[in-house]
Design a protein around this ligand. Structure first.
Ligand code: SF4
Length: 276
C-alpha cells in the first residue's frame, strides 16, 4: 500500500439525507465526504469539492452532526429506500472511530425506511447485530471489481483486498442478510477477464448472493487518476460482449445477476411491495 498523508476535517452538515441521483434509490445518506479507499475509478471524484477531489483518497470530511439532523428531520421525509452511501464508503477505516453508519442504519430501519448498504470494508461486520435485527429492512452489498489482488491494489489502492471482502460478505449471507455483490465497475483492459468474472459469479452461487454489474464510465474526474493504468474507454460492442458472457455464466451457475439498470426495476418492485 503506498504511503500517504491524510487529512480529516470535522464539519457541520446542513441536511441528513440527500435526494439520490441513482434511480434505484430515494435517498442517499453520506456520513463522510471523500473516501479513504481512494479508488481511481470513483465517480464521486466529480461530485466532490476541489480540496477532496484534487487529493482523492487522502482528504475526508466527517459530517459530525448528521445523526442529530437525521433524528430531527426524519418526520419530514416520506418513507423510501436509502442508499448508504453514494459518495463515500460508509465503513472506511474512520467509521471505526466515529460510528455514524451503524447508528444511522439502525435508526433509519427502525423508522420504516429500507436501507441498502454498499461497502468494501469488513468493518461492517462490527454492526452484524444491527443487520440481523433489521433483516427485513436492510441489505448489504460488497463491491468486488476483481479477485486479483494486484489489479485491486492498482485501481483501489487503499481498499481492503478482495479476499477480505469475500470473507465479510459470506458472513452476512450466512447470517441470513440479503447480500449482493456489486461486480464493477468493469473496466476495459483492466478487470474484464472472463475467468475473473466467472470466479466472482461462482463465489456468489456458492454463497447464495445476488450479483449486480455495471461498466466504467469515463468521467473527467476519474480519468485523471486512471490515465496511467492502461485502461481503455468502454465501447458498445465490448460491453455487449461482456454482458452476454456475464448472463451466460450467471445462468450456468444459477445466480440472480442483473445490470444496475435492472436492479432499479427490482428495487422498484420491492418498494411497491414493502414500503407503501
Ligand atoms: S470505496 Fe466506493 S466511494 Fe470509496 S473511493 Fe472506492 S468507489 Fe469511491
Amino acid at each position: 500500500m503506498p504511503s500517504r498523508k491524510i487529512t480529516i476535517k470535522e464539519i457541520e452538515a446542513k441536511h441528513a439525507l440527500g435526494i439520490s441521483g441513482m434511480k434505484e434509490l430515494d435517498y442517499a445518506f453520506n456520513p463522510y465526504l471523500g473516501c479513504f479507499h481512494g479508488c481511481l475509478y470513483c465517480y464521486a471524484i466529480d461530485l466532490s469539492n476541489k480540496e477532496i477531489s484534487s487529493n482523492w483518497g487522502n482528504t475526508v470530511y466527517v459530517r459530525m452532526n448528521v445523526l442529530d439532523l437525521l433524528k430531527k428531520e426524519i418526520h419530514t421525509y416520506k418513507r423510501g429506500i436509502v442508499g448508504v452511501s453514494s459518495i463515500t464508503d460508509p465503513y472506511h477505516a474512520i467509521e471505526g472511530k466515529y460510528k455514524i453508519t451503524g447508528n444511522a442504519v439502525d435508526f433509519l430501519a427502525s423508522n420504516g425506511f429500507y436501507v441498502t448498504v454498499q461497502t468494501k470494508s469488513p468493518l461492517a461486520l462490527r454492526d452484524m447485530g444491527i443487520f440481523i435485527k433489521h433483516r427485513k429492512n436492510v441489505d448489504i452489498g460488497y463491491t468486488i471489481t476483481t479477485l486479483n489482488s494486484e489489479i485491486s491494489k492498482k485501481i483501489e489502492p487503499y481498499a481492503p483486498l478482495p479476499e477480505t471482502r469475500l470473507r465479510a460478505i459470506k458472513k452476512f449471507s450466512s447470517n441470513g442478510i440479503n447480500s449482493w455483490i456489486f461486480m464493477g465497475p468493469i473496466i476495459k483492459n483492466i478487470n474484464d477477464n472472463l475467468d475473473n468474472i466467472e470466479k466472482i459469479i461462482k463465489f456468489a452461487s456458492d454463497n447464495n448472493i445476488r450479483v449486480i454489474y455495471d461498466f466504467f464510465k469515463d468521467y473527467s474526474g476519474p480519468r485523471k487518476y486512471m490515465d496511467n493504468t492502461g485502461y481503455l474507454v468502454s465501447d458498445s460492442s465490448w460491453s455487449a460482449y461482456i454482458e452476454r458472457n456475464i448472463k451466460k455464466i450467471a445462468d450456468m451457475y444459477g445466480v440472480k445477476c442483473v445490470s444496475e439498470y435492472d436492479e432499479w426495476k427490482y428495487e422498484f418492485g420491492l418498494r411497491q411491495k414493502t414500503l407503501f
